[in-house]
Design a protein around this ligand. Structure first.
Ligand code: ADP
Ligand code: TRP
Length: 315
C-alpha cells in the first residue's frame, strides 16, 4: 500500500523559534518515515512581509538550512520552494474566483489586521487561497501545524468541497490538520503565544548568550512557588516527572530554576546549531536539494493542476 501524504510549510520571514519547532517542525522530522512528505518554503506567502530581494534570498536559504538541520532527509522527503512550482499560484486564482469576499473576511488573520486598522495587501487577504492550493495540489492527507493555522486548514477543506461541488468533479481530497496537544500554542517569554512578531521568542538556533538573555527575561510573577512561564517552557525540554522534583526542591528560587532551564536549552540547541553551521558551509549542496525538490513537486502538482483545468473547462 502506498503511504499517505503529508505536507507543510514555513514562511521565510526570519529566524524560527522553539514555538515553531515544538508546534510544527518537530512533527515534520518525527513523521518523515511514515508518510510521503512535502516540505515547502512558503516564499510567495512571505512576500507580504519581505519586500527586499537580498532579505528574501537569505531567508529562503535559511529555511532550507533549518529543515535540514532539524533532520529532514532530502533523500526521503521533498523540500521545495513554493515559487518554483507555478501550479500553486495558478490554482490559487481558480480558488479566488469561486470564493466570496465575505467568506474570507471571516478569517482570523484578516479580522486581526482590520481590528488594528492596518492597511492589508490583497495578498494578505487572499493568503488562505494560496495556502489551500499548496495543500490540495498534492492530495495531502495530513498537515502538521500549530493551533494558529487550524482555521486555514478548515478554509482549505471548505475550498476543496466548494470546487468539487461547483464543477461536479471529485478533484480535491479533504486534508486533516495534525495539531499536537500540549504544544499547539507554545508560550513566549512574556507568557503570550511565542511569535516572530511579538519579540518574545527563544530562537531555535540561538547562541548561548541569546539563550541566557531570553531565559533571564522570562516574566515571572511572585504569587506561587512555581514560576509558570519558566515551567511552561521547561516542560518542552524535560519530562514533567523529572521536573516535579526539581521544582519542588527549588521552590520559590526563580533564579536557580531559570539557570536549570538555560542548561537544558543549551544542551538541546548546541548540536542543532552545529549541524546548521556545517550545512551553511556548502550552499551549492542546498541549492541542488531545492532544484531536485522542485522537479519532484512539479510532477505531482502539474498533474493535479491539469485535473483542475479540465474540471473548469479550460483544457
Ligand atoms: P510565527 O507565528 O512565529 O510567524 P510561522 O507563521 O512561521 O510563525 O509558523 C510556522 C509554523 O509554526 C506554523 O505551523 C505555526 O502554526 C507554528 N507555530 C508558530 N508559532 C507557534 C507557537 N507559539 N506554538 C506552536 N506552534 C507555533
Ligand atoms: N501559513 C503557514 C504559517 O503561517 C505557512 C504555510 C503556507 C503552510 N502554506 C502552507 C503551512 C501549507 C502548511 C501547509 O505558518
Amino acid at each position: 500500500m502506498s503511504k499517505k501524504i503529508l505536507l507543510s510549510g514555513v514562511k521565510p520571514t526570519g529566524r524560527p523559534h522553539i514555538g515553531n519547532y515544538f508546534g510544527a517542525m518537530k512533527q515534520f522530522a518525527d513523521l518523515q518515515n511514515d508518510y510521503e512528505c512535502y516540505f515547502m518554503i512558503a516564499d510567495y506567502h512571505a512576500l507580504n512581509h519581505i519586500q527586499n530581494a537580498n532579505d528574501m534570498k537569505e531567508n529562503i536559504f535559511g529555511v532550507a538550512l533549518d529543515y535540514l538541520a532539524i533532520g529532514l532527509d532530502p533523500e526521503k522527503v521533498t523540500i521545495f520552494k513554493q515559487s518554483d512550482v507555478s501550479a500553486h499560484t495558478e490554482l490559487a486564482w481558480m480558488f479566488d474566483s469561486i470564493t466570496t469576499m465575505p467568506y474570507l473576511m471571516r478569517a482570523h488573520a484578516f479580522k486581526d489586521a482590520e481590528a488594528k486598522n492596518k492597511e492589508i495587501s490583497v495578498g494578505t487577504f487572499n493568503y488562505p487561497m494560496l495556502m489551500a492550493a499548496d495543500i490540495l495540489l498534492y492530495d495531502t492527507d495530513v498537515v502538521p501545524v500549530g493551533q494558529d493555522q487550524k482555521q486555514h486548514i478548515e478554509i482549505t477543506r471548505d475550498t476543496a468541497e466548494k470546487f468539487n461541488h461547483t464543477f461536479g468533479a471529485d478533484v480535491f481530497k479533504l486534508p486533516n490538520p495534525l495539531i499536537v496537544e500540549g504544544v499547539a500554542t507554545v508560550p513566549g517569554i512574556d507568557g503570550q503565544k511565542m511569535s516572530k512578531s511579538y519579540n518574545n521568542t527563544i530562537p531555535l538556533f540561538a547562541t548561548d548568550e541569546e539563550i541566557e538573555k531570553q531565559v533571564m527575561s522570562i516574566v515571572t510573577d511572585s504569587s506561587g512557588g512555581r514560576p509558570e512561564n519558566v515551567y511552561a517552557i521547561h516542560k518542552l525540554f524535560r519530562a514533567e516527572a523529572e521536573l516535579a522534583s526539581l521544582y519542588e526542591e527549588k521552590k520559590g528560587k526563580y533564579k536557580d530554576l531559570k539557570e536549570a532551564l538555560i542548561e537544558d536549552i543549551k544542551a538541546f540547541i548546541a548540536p542543532l546549531r552545529a549541524r546548521r553551521e556545517a550545512l551553511a558551509a556548502d550552499p551549492s549542496a542546498v541549492e541542488r536539494i531545492l532544484v531536485d525538490g522542485a522537479a519532484r513537486a512539479n510532477i505531482r502538482a502539474s498533474a493535479k493542476l491539469a485535473d483542475a483545468k479540465r474540471a473548469i473547462g479550460v483544457l
